[in-house]
Design a protein around this ligand. Sequence first.
Ligand SMILES: Nc1ncnc2c1ncn2[C@@H]1O[C@H](COP(=O)(O)OP(=O)(O)OP(=O)(O)O)[C@@H](O)[C@H]1O
Length: 954
Amino acid sequence: MKSQQKLLLMSLNSGLSGEILSDHFAFRRLFSCLYIPGRTLSSRVTVRCAAGAADFFDKEWTEPQSDASLKVEFDASAACKKFPSIIIGSSRRVELYDGGSGSVQGREEVLSDSMGESWALPARFCEQWSSLPLHLQEVNSSSEVLEIDGKVDTLLSDNSVKTEIERLADDPAEVEEQLTKATASPSSTSDVTTVEVLLDQPIGSLRGLSKRQSSQLEKLGFHTLRKLLHHFPRTYADLQNAQNGINDGEYLISVGKIISSKGIRAGYSFGFLEVIVGCEIGDTSSSSNNFGAYDDRKEKKMIYLHLKKFFRGTRFTSQPFLRSLQEKHKIGDTVCVSGKVKTMSAGDHYEMREYHIDVLEDDQVSSVCTEERPYPIYPSKGGLPPTTISAAITSALQALTVNVDPIPQDILQEFGLLGLYDAYMGIHKPRNIYDADSARKRFIFDEFFYLQLARLFQMLEGLGTEIEKNGLLDKYRKPELSSTYVEDWSSLTQKFLKTLPYTLTSGQLNAVSEIIWDLKRPVPMNRLLQGDVGCGKTVVAFLACMEVIGSGYQAAFMVPTELLAVQHYEHLLELLEKIDLECKPSIALLTGSTSAKQSRIIRQGLVSGQISMIIGTHSLIAESVEFSSLRIAVVDEQHRFGVIQRGRFNSKLCYAPTSLRTVESPNDNKPKVDASMAPHVLAMSATPIPRSLALALYGDVSLTQITDLPPGRIPVETHIIEGNEHGFEEMYDMIFDELESGGKVYLVYPIIEQSEQLPQLRAAASDLESISKRFLNYNCGLLHGKMKSDEKEEALRRFRSGETQILLATQVIEIGVDIPDASMMVVMNAERFGIAQLHQLRGRVGRGSRKSKCVLLASGPSSCMRLKVLENSSDGFHLANMDLLLRGPGDLLGKKQSGHLPEFPVARLEIDGNILQEAHLAVLKILGSSHNLDWYPKLKAELSMRQPLSSLGD
Ligand SMILES: Nc1ncnc2c1ncn2[C@@H]1O[C@H](COP(=O)(O)OP(=O)(O)OP(=O)(O)O)[C@@H](O)[C@H]1O
């Protein structure tokens, strides 16, 4: 039969389902169109597809089968191989609700409640698809079974639908066209209303919330469904991790019952709360346990988690206070506990000092324990229990519809993204951790996508002709890299280059050339210089400053700490020593410790132009500091500075180059700059960022990367040692050998003074005496954040000069400290530091030609495992990725970052650069096809609903 050859029969049992359908966007749209609120989930919908579409599937699927309720059971992977664009599992089934709680009935109620009765009516629904042929809109919602096939079409209660779909099926291109129109046509403005109406519904319209709860949610900023749905889980409980054995120092999530809760007064001004939770887990030690983690035959055992919180101060030791604490935790409550565990001397007892505890409702308990789904744990907000938030989110999810997505299907398809509906479900109700991860990807994509869309859209709007607009988009499609030859650098820059005690690496040379090219343009530069620790960024920035000074302007160099400011100042003075006196620029240092008198002299020098370069801390951006002609602001390790601070340089507009003492008089080659032009900004960072990021993010920020290290560097040999008695002896022996052979050693500590609460942590000041005694023939120094500025400088100076050979320090030395002959570092309680932080710390050694060592002392065997990545790699980018993987998926969400780049609630710029690139391409594609977004009304509406750009850190 003719139709048999070109028809694909698909029966959708249990709702509109079938992964394969959801992965082929044309089908998916068709189903979206056919979905009618009010139909029960058991309805079967069989759709006849065009021959071209049928070719997508293996032969047997093109043959109608005798069983009218043909099941979609096929080898999906075979189809995937044949058609790589089909990604199985990238979308959830087109289920409308989660599990049992989600019935159409429920949804209808929510919708009708929140949107008025009429919304749930088929006619109202079809209004959303105004461009669909009329008779398709008139489909009768009472059709229990809608099937279109030669054999079963009698079941159709409305022939018009059949006719239309059959007609469309004859021409696949037309199917596509109709469906595209249905979703993206400029005329389908009612879709836009749907999305806005849905996501931007006031929170009060949610079903199941009491007045008090909704006003509480309102107060906490959850004004709309959108706001609520963007309250992502902090982590997911995966009970499997407890089933697989527990190691000291591990992050554990477990469910159990509270068996005791006591507020204890342990001293005059010292009290603590101890909550004991008993959890039943699989006994891995049992020999009979060869079964899977959830196998019933597995033997169980109880473990006891002692959750402890300490309080210092007399008012925290009063009985009423302690009683109120203990009463907060009711014996018998089932709770989900997460945190780092420490083994206690009694077997099967573990202590948790930093933990989260969530009380579970009865129904949650069963879902956590039996479903094996990741269980989302929400951060509490403003005292509202996470369970209330979670319940509100569940209601909000029920109010969503599949067509809630403003991003067109073809873009989702092309970039392998979940639809928005699936993403919300995936993040809040994942079936497995991969669901949550795919959902996360979608939200990251959105963050990057809308930011870039808004920027480019605004820029396009400002342009007059189509040619100009296409020209702008072309610029973003093909970013050009430009650089300046050394011969074209100012003579001061060239002289400075010649006096350097080393030759620039090719990475440094390219970086300087790129930056100088920018400096010569009459528009403010906004450039990020990125390179791994110790690659030599400082000298590149110095050269950029020389270029500006050589052209008669001033430079400011801002660093996050006084230590670093002094270090850079002294380093620069040293480098300038060989420059002829008459052209030597005058340099000044301005920090919080600069005396008032000195500071006044410096400020006068800056205003008069007597000082051509200033190095300092954030005091540089104080209102009282003014410049005569500031032309470049270098911001070192800028992630330590807020965006606002950096932006404040812009207010220090430059005037004309006047009475500067520099040699080079302005010449004719000098660009004609606007006297009030904002200064160029050069930010420096060791945080690894993908190359595509800068342009993609801002459009006007350029990225320069140094990818090589100065020659002669020998990779730092890294040792992970367990901090037991034997480990410490081994470490001391290594220090001794290093000192004997003329090396210098940093000992890095997590804290300054020993603490009662954290007795397991080594402390810098407390260890000074014992280390000094142990290494009697050597001198020890101490450096930490609580010391006065001059004491810190002195400690560093003594270590640099070799007066001390051992420096006990805290993480103050993490950033920028440069003592090239320091050859060994020991990090105590290394697991207390993040991987990226340890990488930065380790970067303090191995900066010279001497072979260096780094010893990471771990508190227990499980921490050793985590630190192993540092033993195997010294690549900052790789380590940033590993850091994230090791911390687990829980940490992927809701992590705020600060710094030079916009703040993204979900995205992590160090690792999500590829998604950013995809979002960039998607934006170009969309704006390329519709400059004013008229073809994409949903997107246009979404843009207007999103936060203004300024709040994204611009
Ligand atoms: N081309 C080079 N050849 C040899 N040594 C160099 C070269 N460039 C820089 N150095 C030296 O390398 C050391 C590290 O340089 P610098 O402090 O600029 O690194 P950085 O990139 O700022 O590192 P960090 O991010 O750790 O602060 C310095 O002692 C510097 O003098």
